[in-house]
Design a protein around this ligand. Structure first.
Ligand SMILES: Nc1ncnc2c1ncn2[C@@H]1O[C@H](COP(=O)(O)OP(=O)(O)OP(=O)(O)O)[C@@H](O)[C@H]1O
Ligand SMILES: [Mg+2]
Length: 310
């Protein structure tokens, strides 16, 4: 059932940069280059509150880079972007999360050798910018009960409650995606950015993931999600933004997109996704072990930077 907020989009012209009646995220002149390559160059983009906005485009279009910029995981060369009128420029990911904007990652970031519940707690800690792995250490009691209760409630909702004590590594690809979404909700966000939440998920779980995404909208959250499957995009998006070579090349309701020649020309469709590699996971776990050992030794000045982007 379209919300009022989604209905309000029906009357807008299908124009790049069109102002939204109730914009929550506003982007202006955002540019991010890597050497000679312009990964993102967006002049003006507004995201309607309480809606599901699909962000699509061929591989390398700049979708993930845009998410990185909007959520503080990367900084642009130039540009401004705001959330509910407040500039998010130069904020760190946990500061952006605390204001209410969170994201999930294209490559699953669940740590295999931690339990599902521990992964949830870790998510809450990182979003609040607290010390890495505090959540798992003995003696960290202050908000533990609240956080654990919220984690269990979310795991229940995502049908992962029976797996709470299992290693995340025993979950299927789809269950890991669910875990990642559940973890993003630990901080009760207002805007959720999902980077390919369906990638690698088997068809049996796709429907349930889609329902979860729709439920976020029903609860009043703003959802921006990257997806390559056009059937999925058509099914759940209230509005679609198309990127190619760093730019927004079209935006409009889902039905406007498939008839847009620029989109058809730019959109290549083919896509490859990969899970966290064994080497990447070993590196993260090794850092975690060092962090725990140092914490136990009472080293108060341990940097947390190495875990950023986990
Ligand atoms: N850290 C980086 N260093 C150098 N180049 C980068 C970096 N991150 C992204 N790029 C480049 O920027 C461009 C945009 O990449 P990005 O990952 O944002 O695309 P995408 O739209 O998410 O693609 P996909 O659909 O494959 O996930 C690509 O050409 C990519 O190679
Ligand atoms: Mg990407």
């Amino acid at each position: 059932m379209p919300t009022d907020s989604a209905q309000a989009l029906r009357h807008l012209p299908w124009e790049i940069g069109v102002p939204k009646p109730d914009a929550t995220i506003v982007v202006d002149d955002l540019v991010r280059s890597f050497g000679g390559l312009t990964a993102v160059a967006v002049e003006h983009l507004e995201i309607q509150r309480g809606c599901i906005t699909g962000l699509i485009g061929p591989n390398g279009a700049g979708k993930t880079t845009m998410f990185n910029l909007l959520t503080g995981f990367d900084q642009p060369n130039t540009g401004r972007w705001s959330f509910d009128g407040r500039s998010l420029g130069r904020l760190k990911p946990h500061q952006v999360a605390r204001l209410g904007v969170v994201r999930t990652f294209q490559l699953t970031k669940a740590l295999s050798r931690l339990s599902v519940l521990e992964n949830m707690k870790l998510g809450a800690q990182q979003q609040r910018g607290e010390r890495f792995l505090n959540a798992l250490l003995p003696g960290w009691k202050s908000q533990e009960r609240d956080i654990e209760a919220r984690a269990m409630e979310l795991l229940d909702r995502f049908k992962l409650d029976a797996k709470a004590q299992d290693f995340a590594g025993t979950l299927s690809g789809g269950q890991r995606k669910l875990l990642e979404m559940a973890r993003a909700l630990m901080s009760q966000p207002k805007v959720v950015m999902l980077d390919e939440p369906m990638a690698g998920v088997n068809p049996a779980l796709t429907q349930s993931l889609l329902e979860h995404v729709k439920n976020l909208r029903e609860e009043g959250m703003t959802v921006v999600f990257v997806e390559h499957d056009m059937d999925v995009v058509r099914d759940i998006s209230d509005w679609v933004v198309v990127m190619a070579a760093g730019r927004v090349i079209a935006e409009g309701p889902p039905e406007s997109i498939s008839q847009n020649k620029d989109v058809v020309d730019a959109y290549l469709g083919a896509h490859h996704d990969a899970p966290l590699t064994v080497e990447e996971e070993e590196l993260v776990l090794a850092e975690a072990e060092v962090a725990i050992a140092a914490e136990k030794a009472g080293d108060a000045d341990l940097p947390t930077e190495t875990t950023r982007g986990l």
